[in-house]
Design a protein around this ligand. Structure first.
Ligand code: N01
Length: 542
């Protein structure tokens, strides 16, 4: 009720809700739409100034999605029928327009509070409800607390020596100014060559005066094969039911795409057959050369090496300078890591950018950053580089960081950050013991990093909605993971990962990108179908 309510701990809650949802991206808006439709009183809060989740923050030059259309959109409420994309892999402005369109169709905004974050939340055992402290100072009382913060809600800025000395313009990619920066003719530095770095570099390279890329680990990028979408073709596919087929099929594949790992192991093919197979996947573009390859690619180093060699051959051929070739695409004996155990990025003209005279790359493993200076960066080998703009494409405290940065206290008054300080514990990647009536999606121990976002948030989203609805229809005050069930799930996640090649690579998949963070499997490597969200788990609530 809107009337102020004083609770046992003396905090005045100004509003009571059934569900408070955090995050106005794909995940949170899906929760809002269906829970509201079922009659629950809910609100979404988000720190951002607009809808779109990650697509609000990531407005750096060239930011676009690495899932091709029509995979990266909602499958619900026939939304696809009145929406058309202009490119196979849409850019951030187009994704923002998509959210505006969805908002108009589903009338979401009236229940979304923007520029509002959650600072803290504590579970009131006596009343079995959450007290949720918003950045506005307001305290909201809600029975359920659903965190749809995505896996990249907490940025990572490395602790480089002397950073405060630098007087020029400097931004992290996920905090890029909403109205951009004029980079024409400027001396620009990009640190980091993950997905954000690669996209920034290929976009700004042709425009800036001079670009220096500081690379620690080469990204094993794949060709995006971007193209414009012909509206007539799109219309025909919609009429012929292709979109509906894809939306159904994406729930059945390992990664939520419209393709899957091959039925074959690498050794089932001769060297020549392998080459033909790889050529076909390469030409298809996108993640096909990763998630559509041999089913033992991520298990068998020998098979993995064949993919790496193919990748290196194709990529090296595009780079003119021999030194840059070795820095960007080393030969197999010098490979930085096994193929696909760190996320490959999709690129459009990334390697060609390095053939421009105004673009330089420094391998940080040979020549690390010594210190930031007033005008730029001094390298260990002595060069003093001057920059007008430094772009930090240094990634995120991924998967868990966005959750533990909120001060959440469960039933035993331990914070989530404390509980997960030595390792993450979840049940099904959607709940954690002693935090009743709290759910999260697209987070730890789900297929998150390996999955197309919209596919997964619909599947996990339905499970959470079903769980809430079951509790309400059956007069349950709380729903919580048992410590036994979360121990079982956590062990299962680790065991599945241990038989793959993932643990051998330092990546954010394993928490290895953040100094001091426990090294562990943060994602579920079993794939979407094995999770059984479409059937098996729903049965638990029926
Ligand atoms: O972050 P990253 P990201 N000194 O962690 C380097 C999704 N995403 O923002 O590899 C020097 O991948 C680090 O080096 P290394 C996508 O899932 C999607 O690019 O650790 N360098 C690395 O090169 C993606 O995987 C899209 O050795 C340092 C880079 O910074 C995820 O978000 C677009 C350093 C960080 O790369 C994260 O991508 C963007 C240090 N101390 C993001 N610390 C699309 O769909 C880190 N680095 C297109």
């Amino acid at each position: 009720s809107p009337a102020a309510k004083v609770k046992d701990n003396g905090i005045a809650a100004t509003r009571s809700l059934d569900v408070l949802i955090v995050g106005a991206g794909f995940g949170g808006l899906y929760q809002l739409h269906y829970l509201r439709k079922m009659g629950y009183k809910c609100k979404v809060v988000d720190n951002a100034g607009e809808l779109g989740g990650i697509w609000y923050w990531n407005c750096y030059p060239g930011a676009r999605v690495d899932s091709d259309i029509p995979l990266y959109e909602y499958s619900i409420e026939d939304l696809y029928k009145d929406w058309t994309w202009s490119e196979r892999f849409p850019s951030w402005p187009e994704l923002r327009r998509y959210f505006t369109y969805v908002d108009k169709k589903l009338d979401l905004s009236k229940d979304v509070e923007l520029n509002t974050g959650v600072k803290a939340a504590d579970f009131d055992i006596k009343r079995s409800r959450w007290n949720i402290h918003l950045s506005s100072g307001e305290v909201v009382d809600a029975k359920y607390f659903v965190l749809c913060t995505g896996f990249a809600a907490k940025i990572h800025i490395p602790d480089f020596k002397g950073m405060d000395n630098y007087k020029g313009i400097m931004h992290h990619t996920a905090k890029y100014p909403q109205d951009g920066i004029d980079l024409k003719g400027k001396k620009v530095c990009v640190i980091g060559t993950g997905a954000s770095g690669v996209q920034t570099i290929q976009e700004v390279g042709p425009e800036v005066g001079h670009l220096t890329v500081l690379q620690r680990t080469p990204n094993l990028c794949l060709p995006m094969n971007q193209h414009k979408i012909d509206p007539a073709v799109e219309q025909r596919l919609k009429k012929e039911g292709d979109y509906e087929r894809i939306f159904k099929y994406r729930r059945e594949t390992f990664s939520g795409f419209d393709f899957d790992f091959s039925e074959k192991n690498g050794d089932d093919d001769t060297a020549e057959q392998k080459r033909e197979f790889y050529k076909k996947l390469w030409a298809g573009g996108g993640f096909r050369f990763w998630l559509n390859t041999y089913k033992d690619l991520l298990f068998d180093k020998k098979v993995n090496d064949t993919a790496y060699e193919f990748w290196a051959e194709k990529t090296r051929a595009r780079i003119n300078d021999p030194k840059k070739k070795d820095i960007l695409a080393p030969v197999l004996d010098k490979q930085p890591h096994t193929f696909g155990t760190k996320r490959p990025s999709l690129e459009q003209r990334y390697y060609e950018v390095y053939n421009q005279n105004n673009v330089n790359i420094i391998a940080l493993k040979e020549n690390p950053i010594d210190t930031f200076t007033e005008k730029g960066i001094k390298m260990k080998e002595g060069q003093e580089l001057e920059f007008d703009v430094i772009i930090l494409a240094t990634g995120f405290d991924s998967v868990t960081g966005g959750l533990v940065q909120i001060d959440i206290k469960g039933t035993d008054v331990v914070t989530l950050a404390d509980k997960w300080s030595k390792g993450t514990w979840t049940y099904l990647g959607m709940a954690t013991a002693n935090f009743p009536n709290m759910f999260f999606l697209y987070g730890p121990h789900g297929p998150t990093a390996f999955a197309n976002g919209p596919t997964l948030v619909e599947l996990q989203g339905d499970w959470i909605i079903d769980a809430i609805d079951y509790c309400e229809k059956n007069g349950k005050k709380t729903i919580d993971a048992t410590t036994q069930s979360e121990a079982g799930w956590t062990k299962h996640v680790a065991e599945l990962t241990d038989i793959t090649l993932f643990p051998g690579t330092d990546s954010w998949y394993m928490g290895a990108n953040i100094p001091g963070k426990p090294r562990e499997a943060l994602n579920y490597a079993g794939g979407i179908p094995r999770l059984g969200l479409d059937g098996r788990m729903k049965v638990m609530f029926r």
